[in-house]
Design a protein around this ligand. Structure first.
Ligand code: AMP
Ligand code: MG
Length: 350
């Protein structure tokens, strides 16, 4: 293996260990409050250290996203779930800050419309899936169908289901349907990255107060949020159940500690980068024949150079070393190989 290849393999193993700490083992039974600490820092001691790690993660994401788009074979769906004020929006903003906007689509799901209620419950999510080569982000997702709908059963009433579909254990059936749907997507080239941003009750209280205290943040606060907070325990058990039943081999859940915003961001970035590393997308190879055809076009373009101009200015600059050619060719730019900090070398829990 080349030196670079073995560096990549090393980085992948470290990132795998870092991301694995957040994964819900398929088949395990989760009790959120007992099993996951919202203030866990996975050995990253200071925010400053975390910020450097995030920068590295953002760079890696941009690199992989470019290859994912070029290969046009796999799509990635990021499912983001959390209680109010856990930082979904900020996580999306920071983690995706370096990627090409053309390659990413964020979809937010609110209370379903009349048209949406006229369809099966997965319909509106299926319509907003990412295409191959894309990273799609669900800001809330099909999981609301076993979370808010479960905590507030009047939502289920609005779904106009025939009587037989409301009999028996509706939630168990939905877990199975969701697992089947996600398996179908995975089998057909769409990887699913499921992130639950885990915030504590006390941290939510503080963030709500902040939204009230800062006039610029008032718009983010709604009285409905306080009503939902009153159902904290019901949400904790709905989440615990959902995590227990829908963390699968093909689409496992990750519980990201979210009491520190900066940590939630590196946790989310690490899991996403790790999935992209597993996919390992490549720029499409060029056949000998395609290369030959390109060289013929090159000759013809060079023949069109105005008098006194280099036939191929790009090639000339590249040869003279004046150009950031690596940047243009899609090769990683300086830093992207981890000269400064390396997300994958972040310490992991004992
Ligand atoms: P926000 O994300 O703060 O803009 O709020 C969106 C609201 O839509 C939340 O209160 C969710 O609980 C609600 N919501 C999202 N999906 C569903 C659904 N399938 N059924 C009912 N309410 C939903
Ligand atoms: Mg809200």
């Amino acid at each position: 293996m080349s030196r670079e290849g073995s560096l990549d393999a090393q980085r992948r193993r470290r990132l795998e260990r870092f991301a694995a700490q957040f994964r819900v083992k398929p088949g395990s039974t989760v009790a959120l409050a007992k099993d996951f600490d919202p203030s866990f820092k996975a050995g990253v001691k200071k925010k400053k250290e975390g910020v450097a790690l995030l920068e590295e993660g953002v760079r890696l994401l941009a690199e992989y996203q470019a290859r994912l788009a070029a290969q046009d074979t796999w799509g990635v769906l990021v499912v983001l779930q959390a209680l109010d004020a856990a930082g979904k929006d900020g996580t999306i903003r920071h983690v995706m800050s370096g990627v090409n906007p053309q390659g990413v689509a964020v979809r937010s799901f609110k209370v379903p419309s009349a048209e949406e209620l006229d369809h099966d419950y997965l319909w509106r999510y299926a319509r907003r899936l990412p295409a191959r080569g894309q990273i799609g982000i669900f800001n809330r997702s099909h999981y609301e169908e076993v979370l808010v709908v479960r905590v507030h059963p009047e939502n289920l009433e609005r779904q106009k289901l025939p009587r037989a579909s409301k009999q028996g254990d509706v939630w168990k059936r939905r877990y199975r349907e969701i697992n089947d749907w996600e398996r179908y997507l995975t089998d057909n080239g769409f990887r699913i990255v499921k992130l639950f941003l885990n915030i504590s009750r006390e941290e939510q209280r503080v963030r709500f107060l902040r939204r009230i205290d800062l006039p610029d943040h008032n718009w983010k606060f709604s009285e409905a949020d306080v009503k939902e907070r009153a159902r904290w325990d019901d949400y904790q058990s709905a989440f615990s159940e959902a995590l227990s039943h829908t963390s699968t081999k093909w689409a496992p859940w990750h519980v990201i500690p979210a009491d520190r915003k900066w940590f939630a961001r590196i946790g989310a970035a690490a899991v996403l980068v790790h999935t992209l590393m597993e996919i390992d997308p490549h720029f499409p190879p060029v056949t000998k024949r395609q290369r030959q055809a390109l060289l013929e076009v090159k000759q013809s373009l060079e023949a069109q150079a105005p008098k006194g101009t280099a036939p191929d200015p790009f090639e000339q600059q590249h040869r003279d070393g004046k150009d950031g050619a690596a940047d243009r060719s899609g090769e990683p730019v300086a830093g992207a190989r981890g000269e400064e900090v390396d997300l994958s070398t972040a310490p992991s829990a004992p």
